[in-house]
Design a protein around this ligand. Sequence first.
Ligand SMILES: C[S@@+](CC[C@H](N)C(=O)[O-])C[C@H]1O[C@@H](n2cnc3c(N)ncnc32)[C@H](O)[C@@H]1O
Length: 676
Amino acid sequence: MADVVGFFKHFHEHVNSSLDDVTRTNFANLETNSKRVAYLSGLPLIKSYDLTPEVAKCKSGGEFPVNKRLEKARLFKDEGNREVQRGDWAKAMQLYSLSLINMPKKETEELAIVLANRSAALNHLEQHEECLADIRRCLDLGYPRHLRYKVYERRARCLLVLKRNQDAVKAFQNTISSLDEAKNLHQEKKQKLLTDAKLMLEVLNKGLVLAGYPKDPKPINKIVPKPKLPGKHNINYPAASQAIQIDHDETRGRYATASRDIQVGETLLIEKPHSGVLLAEYAATHCQNCFSKCAIALGCPTCPNVVFCSDHCQEVALTSYHAYECPILPLIWKSGCSITCHIALRMITQNSKQYFKEISKDLDKKPTGPYKTNDYRNIYNLVSHEDKRTKQDLLHRSHMAVFLVKLLELSGYFDTKPRETLIDIDEIKTMGVAERHRDDVELFGGLILKNTQVLQFNAHEVFELQCSKPRQEQNVIKHNGDSVFVAGAVFPTLALFNHSCDPSVVRYFSGPYIIVRSVKNIKKGEEVAENYGPIFTMTSKEERQATLKDQYWFDCTCEPCQQNWPRYDQMNETYMRFRCDSGQPCPNVLPVAHDCTEFMVKCGLCQQFTNILKGLKALQFKLSLIKSPVCRFALFPRLIQQQHTFSSRHHNRKSTNNALGYSRPLIMIAHFISVK
Ligand SMILES: C[S@@+](CC[C@H](N)C(=O)[O-])C[C@H]1O[C@@H](n2cnc3c(N)ncnc32)[C@H](O)[C@@H]1O
């Protein structure tokens, strides 16, 4: 969705320029998020704002409405068939997937035929489990009886490859019985298939008798397993290791510390997002639910806008957020709203209206018991700095909340009944919400407004490492990777970690899971800090402080900021640096040439002498750790420099910074780490 402006901007500017002073003052005097959105949503100015023509004339963000189209689906199917003739099974498989995604759900027979075609492509590509899955799907959809012998025979062959001989026997039996219904099949061909199947049955049955009917191996589960935290969990924060505890103080709020000595390379946290949203530009290639690239895409039965990587992801989405977002997704994309605003909405659509009604009375109380990732109350209680916000900021966010509430109404969420059809452009009408939904506007408008504030400080970017084929050069295999921002998400436990310009952890992703590991040895009681973007090796103290103040609203007092550590490009390999350790409180750093023979060095600032032997010993110890690649990573700033390159590359992306985009410019670096 890069460079999308969208129709929301126009709405926002229109409201901003039309509000009179009295209305602004009234708004400024409102004390809760619910009242802010309800007040704004009830203004005649909003109620009469006609969205339909705005959507109709908006050129950016793709089409609206976007329906499945039979002609398009047939074109893809025919192209797929042509690729089969050419023997390009991979291309055929992709084209059949596109056909399935675009095929209206009422065309069950044609859907079943394309699934059967795709199963043939998958069989040729030796994707046997996937081939079996498509065969199951096509039979469930009522694949024509006179053609069933084909898919039963294919199923039998796949099962043979997978050594599931008992299942293969059943499939060959089905092949034989379905040949009776193969009315259009040439008699000669029918006879051959029958003879082959009977022969296979005989061989298989003999083999099974001889082997004493061994159990078939279980189907191969290709779903990437959930990464596991080694060792014990923290009982109060189950996503974190027992090595982490969460402390609190007045100025810094909550922050993570080490409850024991932590070694470099330890896994400290594994967490699934509470909510996450894939960027629009990856909607056709990446799973809407887990963000991984879809090799064999499954679609949504109703819309052609999203894909899923597995039955599991499809089911999760269709039975929760996508049930409501399905008709409004193209509107979200066309509006130009940021990924953060979409997450603010997803935080609602992924749970039922009933759930929010039940928890709404206790939202301001911190929940007792373990801090759970899926508990909305934990998200609600993350830092939002509401008390420090300007009225203009709240007003701007409320405009967005008014729009998102309107989308919720259109989606059927307020009536707890997902729509069965997509939205027609004339149905959108004005930004006003029906009077009977007044309470819903108050509750959900308030929550969405809160969500956008929370996400400003607590959302992370999700990255995918894209690697080109490794190149081999003079006995060395070179791996090139590029870290690409694909989704935004909020990880409630990780959101409790504060920032340092010299972080003690890095993070990377496995599917939707974020994995956090230490990049230095951390002593018991020391803070375990992550990095919000600016890192001392690359960015000057002034710039770091300004960025953190501007985006996260705090003054950084980490060691590199307090001691003004040099940037990487300011470091010189011909001399070392030692802190002035003259016994006086002196902030100076002493440059010492690497061939210096003295060990008492005079400080240019306090004029006292420092014994550098202690520092040299510490350096020697650190160098001895270099055996481990993780330690190398931690010690050599050039690697950390790469970390910053990723961070800054994505930092100013339009898609996160357009309407209300305050996503956290975070990084994904630890792909470089390989711990033996
Ligand atoms: C993602 S939250 C971190 C957890 C937060 N401290 C809490 O209590 O939930 C980000 C916010 O924490 C605070 N913060 C983060 N790092 C900080 C630091 N190094 N010094 C002071 N405050 C910090 C700022 O208020 C910032 O907006």
